[in-house]
Design a protein around this ligand. Structure first.
Ligand SMILES: NC(=O)c1ccc[n+]([C@@H]2O[C@H](COP(=O)([O-])OP(=O)(O)OC[C@H]3O[C@@H](n4cnc5c(N)ncnc54)[C@H](OP(=O)(O)O)[C@@H]3O)[C@@H](O)[C@H]2O)c1
Length: 381
């Protein structure tokens, strides 16, 4: 059955506003499922691709459909798909802007999305689509940084709770970010103690997710506090999830006993405030600072004997182990309640037209919240 046309929030060219319009139906191919989208989460990357696509995703074909995170119901499955059936409730990582996919049909900002089977997981009946949608890119990014050998290369997470006290600790810098909420839980599930940096008002939240110690990153003595929290344990690695925080992360890795590896998901300076038009002034001010930031991090890492790597979160699904992560870890962990879909969804609006305002809300900043847009359930089949 060929699906009916639906609507998408199109990005017709780089630096354009999103425009809601009709999208041609795309039946799922081999290893793919077609999902009726019920909730979309917004990531900082969405706004960065919209305004700086020429720099960060130069391969992107236009018109494009942005968006990585969604949850909804399976409408149809492609050939050779056995894990899913129409009607299943799923959460999924949409790869539309990825170089390997690069097609509008796989972007999250539309009513019907083609998902790859490896990037989807069933969700429990009592988990709302809006809350499930907070997970995919954050989960993939945390797993990518923590476990892939080119990043921290840690032991893999287990569904069985560890019985021994952890001998090593992971530092999650930016623990109240969406990625941090997943990283705390994944590192704890892999048997590591987790030292979390976040604002003090998020300590309780980080502890509930499994952090064993919390340090306020605003405290100028945060690196010393982290050393104290580490105690006699060794550092297994540092996951840096906040803009401008990599320097402090490198310093901690250089001075603490253990692994001297820092995996970075964020840039040295912010890119989220790039304007859509009249970018030249912004670029002349910001891009030299960005280049200088990377150069000084590289020098600092070399001086401290620290290895650094830059994370591309969704690449985890191209790894042999990572390609089973949604199926073998996320799905059973959500079903058993051992993995929390955190942070809490902040529903910013309903319908595709609400996406630009939701992106603006995220640009202004959130604390332990994921900005989500709900989509109406009543679409013709
Ligand atoms: N490379 C990739 O593939 C990839 C993928 C996804 C995300 N990212 C990046 O990863 C970062 C996190 O993304 P997200 O969507 O999870 O962010 P988010 O949830 O929007 O981040 C908001 C949080 O940032 C925290 N924060 C701000 N400055 C901080 C600092 N200096 N140190 C520690 N925490 C700080 C705030 O903590 P408090 O409220 O506790 O102060 C707040 O909770 C972003 O930079 C994003 O661009 C990269």
């Amino acid at each position: 059955m060929t699906p009916a046309p639906h609507h998408a929030a199109w990005l017709r060219a780089t630096r354009q506003s999103l425009a809601v319009g009709e999208a041609a139906p795309t039946p799922p191919g081999p290893g793919e499922i077609l999902v009726r989208n019920r909730a979309i989460a917004i990531n900082p990357f969405d706004g960065i691709v919209q305004s700086l696509g020429g720099l960060v995703t130069p391969w992107l074909r236009y018109p494009a459909v942005l968006g990585s995170d969604l949850a909804g119901e399976v409408l149809a499955v492609g050939p050779a798909v056995s894990r899913f059936a129409p009607g299943d409730r799923v959460v999924g990582l949409a790869l539309g802007v990825e170089k390997a996919a690069n097609r509008g049909a796989e972007g999250a900002f539309q009513e019907r999305v083609v998902l790859r089977e490896a990037c989807a997981a069933h969700i429990p009946q009592d988990l709302a689509f809006e809350q499930a949608a907070v997970l995919p890119l954050a989960f993939a990014t945390a797993a990518c940084g923590l476990f892939l050998p080119r990043h921290l290369g840690l032991r893999h997470p287990s569904l069985v709770a560890a019985t021994q006290a952890p001998e090593e600790a992971v530092l999650v810098w930016g623990a109240s970010t969406s990625v941090g909420c997943c990283a705390i839980q994944l590192a704890a599930a892999a048997g590591y103690a987790v030292i979390a940096t976040c604002s003090e008002h998020q300590f309780e939240h980080a502890r509930r997710l499994g952090a064993s110690a919390c340090v306020d990153y605003h405290d100028p003595a945060a690196p010393e506090r982290i050393g104290e929290a580490l105690g006699r344990r060794k550092l297994a690695g540092v996951l840096c999830l906040a803009v401008g925080a990599a320097g402090a992360c490198i310093d901690v890795a250089a001075r603490c006993p253990g692994s001297r590896r820092v995996a970075m998901a964020s840039t040295p300076v912010s890119l989220v405030d790039a304007p859509l038009d009249r970018q030249l002034g912004w670029k002349l001010r910001r891009l030299p600072r960005l280049a200088l930031g990377f150069a000084s991090l590289s020098l600092r890492a070399r001086r401290g004997g620290v290895g650094t790597s830059a994370i591309w979160g969704s690449s985890v699904v191209h790894d042999p182990w990572g390609s089973r992560l949604f199926q073998d870890f996320l799905e059973p962990a959500l079903a058993s309640g051992s993995f929390q879909p955190a942070p809490q969804a902040l529903v910013a609006g309903h319908g595709l037209e609400a996406i630009p305002a939701a992106m603006e809300l995220l640009r202004r900043g959130v604390s332990a919240r994921k900005v989500v847009v709900a989509l109406p359930g009543a679409l013709p089949a």
